[in-house]
Design a protein around this ligand. Structure first.
Ligand code: AMP
Length: 319
């Protein structure tokens, strides 16, 4: 994840929940993509604070840094080297066809993309393959990048290690909510400004939900609604699953108005986030613990990255 500030519900349900459940089954690596953050914001002023905010959110959500390292991309220089080597294995035409970057350019009104931004998935391929990642739990927007990673791994193996592959071809793993909508119906994203943050208070959640768009045909209580096109219903499905049948029936019959429906939704989201809030309060007052976790994660990640790079050098007969 890129350190762009406090995390929102999309991060949690699209990726972070999978990270937490997979850490018991796999050897996970949790990367803070601080180089990637520069693709959309050149200012580094808030980068460190955003990094700390993000780790605090990860730990609050249940990431166990003893099981799996938490580290910054910029502190393991092998990412930069492998990115450079991989950049020879893919054409600019292939990168220009990347739908995720096209969508991002449209949302952020970027007219001419930087060389580094175009290479976003090449750096991501290095991030994944340095640790020989086999499973990459991401939101839907990232699947095209996993496909590019597979192509780069295949090309490298064919070119430099035809008899003894250095890299696996990783699979993307998505959740049931791989593209969570934000309050205006577009994909929830900080750059769109339509988020509910994991750190929002119950009052803030209620206030934000009041602005959520719902079925435009349901103007007042009594009008029948269409839950399947309503983003608040999606939130109910995730955060209030036991009430989904009742909410659907109330919405469709008109007996449940949007104001009440949103109120119930806000209570359910705040309830689901309560344990995270409690854990965050601990880390916010124990920043040294967070810094130690990062230092330890960076040492461990570096060890693996060095090992992989030595295999790369051998296969390429350089260095
Ligand atoms: P980013 O902030 O773009 O670095 O995203 C970090 C991770 O969260 C990626 O795996 C994204 O696909 C995932 N993610 C971000 N926003 C959403 C969303 N609205 N729905 C589902 N997953 C998301």
């Amino acid at each position: 994840m890129r350190p762009t500030g406090k995390l929102h519900l999309g991060h949690l349900v699209g990726a972070l929940e999978n990270w937490v459940s997979l850490q018991n089954e796999f050897e996970n690596y949790h990367l803070i993509a601080d180089y990637h953050a520069l693709t959309t914001n050149l200012s580094t002023e808030s980068l460190y604070n955003h990094t700390i905010d993000m780790i605090t959110d990860w730990l609050s959500a249940g990431i166990d840094p003893v099981k799996s390292p938490v580290f910054r991309q910029s502190q393991v220089k092998e990412h930069a080297e492998l990115h450079l080597l991989f950049s020879m294995l893919i054409t600019t035409a292939r990168l220009e066809r990347n739908p995720t970057l096209k969508e991002q350019a449209r949302d952020l009104k970027i007219e001419t993309m930087s060389y580094g931004h175009l290479g976003y998935p090449v750096l991501q391929a290095a991030d994944i393959l340095l640790y020989k990642g086999e499973v990459v739990p991401v939101g839907e927007d990232q699947l095209p990048h996993i496909e590019i990673t597979r192509e780069v791994a295949r090309k490298f193996n064919l070119q430099y290690a035809p008899n003894n592959s250095v890299f696996p071809e990783p699979e993307g793993k998505i959740t049931k909510f791989a593209r969570l909508p934000g309050l205006n119906g577009q994909r929830m994203s900080k750059s769109v400004g339509n988020t509910i943050l994991l750190s929002d208070s119950p009052e803030e959640i209620q206030k934000k939900l009041k602005t959520a768009v719902t079925d435009p045909q349901k103007i007042r209580k009594g009008d029948p609604g269409r839950p399947d096109i309503c983003l608040v219903f999606t939130y109910h499905q995730k955060f209030n699953p036991s009430a989904v049948g009742e909410i659907r029936q109330g919405c469709e019959s008109g007996a449940l108005g949007c104001v009440d429906c949103k109120k119930q939704c806000g209570i359910a989201i705040a309830h689901a986030l309560a344990p995270l809030r409690e854990k965050r309060a601990h880390y916010e007052t124990h920043l040294n613990e967070v810094k130690d976790i990062l230092a330890d994660g960076e040492r461990r990640a570096k060890r693996t990255a060095e090992q992989t790079m030595s295999e790369v050098h051998q296969a390429m007969k350089i260095g």
